[in-house]
Design a protein around this ligand. Structure first.
Ligand code: ZN
Length: 151
C-alpha cells in the first residue's frame, strides 16, 4: 500500500472515530447486544431495527473505545442499513477476512472499497479485536445473544 493511500485511509478512520455515524441508542429496536474487548477496553452497544421481512431498517451504536473500534462500528452502521440479515452476515464474514489479511472474494467490489480502509489492521493482531468488536456485537444481537465475545 503506498503512503498516500495509507494516509487517506487513516483520515477516513479518524473522521469516523471523531464523528461517528448513527451514534446513539435507537429508541425503538428489535435487537440489541453489547460487546466488550477487555484487551483494549473498548465497549460497544449495537441496536438494530429489523422488519418482518428480515431487513435491517435501522441500526445504531453507542459506546467508547479506541479510534479503530469506534470507526469500525461507524463504518459498519453505514453499510448495514437497508440490508437483509443474510447480507449482513455475509458482509461480516468478508470483513473478518479483510482484517485478518485473508481472501475477500465474498465481498462485492463496492463493499470491499468501503471497508478497505480497515485493511491495515491486519498487520496488528491486537487491533483485529478492536476492529471486529462491533461486528461480533451485531451478530450477537441478530442471534438474540445479548452479549458478544471478541473471539
Ligand atoms: Zn481498541
Amino acid at each position: 500500500m503506498d503512503d498516500s493511500l495509507r494516509e487517506l485511509y487513516q483520515e477516513v478512520i479518524l473522521d469516523h472515530s471523531r464523528h461517528p455515524r448513527h451514534f446513539g441508542a435507537l429508541p425503538s429496536h428489535t435487537h440489541m447486544a453489547e460487546g466488550h474487548n477487555p484487551l483494549c477496553g473498548d465497549r460497544v452497544r449495537i441496536f438494530l431495527q429489523v422488519d418482518p421481512d428480515e431487513r435491517i431498517e435501522d441500526v445504531s451504536f453507542e459506546g467508547r473505545g479506541c479510534a479503530i473500534s469506534v470507526a469500525s462500528a461507524s463504518l459498519m452502521t453505514e453499510l448495514l442499513k437497508g440490508r437483509s440479515v443474510a447480507e449482513a452476515e455475509e458482509l461480516m464474514g468478508g470483513f473478518l477476512h479483510l482484517v485478518k489479511g485473508e481472501d475477500t472474494a465474498v465481498l462485492t467490489g463496492e463493499d470491499r472499497d468501503r471497508l478497505e480502509v480497515m485493511a491495515g489492521v491486519s498487520a496488528f493482531p491486537m487491533r483485529v479485536k478492536c476492529a471486529t468488536l462491533a461486528w461480533h456485537a451485531m451478530k450477537a444481537a441478530l442471534e438474540h445473544e445479548g452479549r458478544a465475545k471478541t473471539e
